[in-house]
Write a protein that binds this ligand. Sequence first.
Ligand SMILES: Nc1ncnc2c1ncn2[C@@H]1O[C@H](COP(=O)(O)OP(=O)(O)OP(=O)(O)O)[C@@H](O)[C@H]1O
Ligand SMILES: [Mg+2]
Length: 214
Amino acid sequence: MTVMVVGNTKGGVGKTTTVVNISAERARAGRRVLVVDGDRQATAQKAIAIRDGGGLLPAIACATYADGPVLRSQVLTQMDLYDDIIIDAGGRDSTALRAAMSLADVLLIPFEPRSFEVWALEDIAALVDEVRSVRDGLRVYAFLNKAESGVMSADNRAASEALADYPQIEYLSKKLVLRKAYSNAAGAGMSVAEVKDKDPKAIAELKALIAAVF
Ligand SMILES: Nc1ncnc2c1ncn2[C@@H]1O[C@H](COP(=O)(O)OP(=O)(O)OP(=O)(O)O)[C@@H](O)[C@H]1O
Ligand SMILES: [Mg+2]
């Protein structure tokens, strides 16, 4: 089984959008998925509730634990029941993020292709160092979200160069481009592959990202 935390100490980078899209795709692939919402605002939980309301299958289990110690003990308790536990660590409350990182196999960091977002990686890089000082096995990936579509756009190139300053974070060349499809799907608790109006480019990007991180 895999515990993945989607986290960034910076808000609004696309954590919830990523969690909902990845979780729905993993569930569609037959995995037993638990989404853990570590954000008091419970945006992921609300999105999954909309999915439930529409009766869409497969159903996805979801629980909100905004308190770090509760999140940690609940994830440990429920670990055996699921194939994937995917945690939305929330933007501000670092106790949930720290608790999630203390358990995770994978930390996936969405970031935006602008320099101030890249600088904000300093905080999360320090957290990665902290976790790794006490245990092995945490894989850490960063990817560009809301990216420009050109393969070699200046912003994207600058971001990947800046990531070179953080050897503890593996930069994935897989990115999610800024596309309405992602926000529309996640808002309804779905992946881009589940909505009626399909965006083939978005579906391909999501599948490539998932293949790179699991
Ligand atoms: N790839 C994308 N393309 C288009 N819109 C996106 C994309 N990713 C995220 N968004 C939009 O950007 C906004 C922020 O995304 P999201 O809520 O997922 O970020 P977050 O990191 O969870 O934010 P918070 O820190 O507030 O929890 C939302 O309006 C979302 O719909
Ligand atoms: Mg969020």
